[in-house]
Design a protein around this ligand. Structure first.
Ligand SMILES: [Zn+2]
Length: 327
């Protein structure tokens, strides 16, 4: 299995569960996109199914470990999503419950269900799953990954062990990327933009589309600094109306304003976003409270797009609001 960088506390928690025999039947692994949630879900699955665990860690060599690594283990189900929004339906949840009552065949006697990238899971689906999470068969395990644990109802959260995945240090990210044989200059640019988020760095280096998206968000930031609403609209419109593209631009822009708020108090503060120079410049133009207000309206626009408000309308209104707040 791929090496997991950082997150020592989380990995230790999982190993302790295995050695103490108190394994959590329902786990929510949450954290920013690119920080390795799916890898950690596989890691826990391997621990649960390994035939020869050593100090709570999977051996990585037995048949079970190899099958988990190759996503071919007969008792591991990667639950499928449906539709444009890639959601988990009520009927899928019901099928999982029926399946969970069929005993496993493997030596460890466990069955694992993995729900990846949970986003906007409906209340109905969650309520169906709640029944099995409340009283799972001894051998059944449910692992959810999501950017935020608040994607779930409080009734679900209270019955799960929630494990927060964090970014690595920049040094760890550099080591991870060097191991993948990327060039030094690619690594440097990627880490400048995405710091300790290994997945985001890899995507940035290997996916031309993400490169373009970052450049585009940079031009959005530049037009905001210049106070040019026409340019701002034009840059934003070129993102298009595809929901996930817009979410990603909103996310990068949101970090930009959060950096701006932090830098307006301390010019040497660490940043989380991609554009230090621009954030520093804007922090000289607007006070912290305005940056926070813009952070809030970006979140509102994200929700509007999520609720199917016309994307162009949401973007136009966001541009106007940003300009009104700043100038
Ligand atoms: Zn093993």
């Amino acid at each position: 299995m791929k090496k997991i960088y950082g997150n020592e506390y989380l990995l230790k928690t999982l190993s302790n569960m295995i050695t103490s025999g108190k394994t959590a039947h329902s786990v929510i692994i949450h954290g920013e996109k690119g920080t390795g949630k799916k890898l950690i879900a596989d890691y826990y699955t391997q621990q649960l199914l390994c035939n020869n665990p050593i100090d709570g860690k999977a051996c990585g060599e037995c048949v079970s470990c190899r099958n988990v690594e190759n996503h071919m283990h007969p008792d591991v189900t990667y639950v499928g999503t449906e539709g444009k929004l890639e959601g988990y339906s009520v009927s899928t949840a019901r099928k999982i419950i029926t399946d969970a009552f069929v005993k496993p065949n493997n030596n460890t006697g466990r069955k694992i269900y993995i729900f990846r990238d949970c986003r906007n899971m409906s209340v109905q689906t969650q309520n169906v799953l709640l029944k099995i999470i409340e009283e799972p068969p001894d051998y059944a395990y449910f692992i959810f990954t999501a950017e935020s644990k608040y994607e779930f109802l409080s009734t679900i959260i209270s019955r799960c062990i929630c494990l927060a995945v964090s970014q690595c240090t920049e040094q760890e990210t550099i080591s991870a990327l060097a191991e993948l044989s990327y060039s030094e200059s690619d690594i440097q640019k990627a880490v400048e933009c995405f710091h300790g988020n290994i997945g985001a760095c890899i995507d940035y280096i290997s996916d031309e589309k993400i490169h373009k998206r970052i450049d585009l968000t940079k031009s959005i930031a530049d037009s905001i600094i210049r106070g040019n609403e026409y340019e701002l609209n034009r840059a934003f419109y070129s993102v298009g109306t595809e929901r996930n593209e817009l979410y990603d631009v909103f996310a990068v822009l949101d970090k930009f304003f959060r950096d701006c708020a932090v830098l307006s108090v301390n010019k040497n503060a660490e940043i989380i976003g991609c554009f230090r120079e621009q954030a520093l410049r804007l922090s000289g133009i607007i006070p912290q409270y305005k940056a926070v207000r813009i952070h809030n309206i970006i979140e509102e626009s994200r929700k509007a797009v999520q609720l199917n408000v016309n994307a162009l309308l949401a973007v136009t209104s966001l541009c106007a609001e940003i300009m009104k707040i700043i100038y």
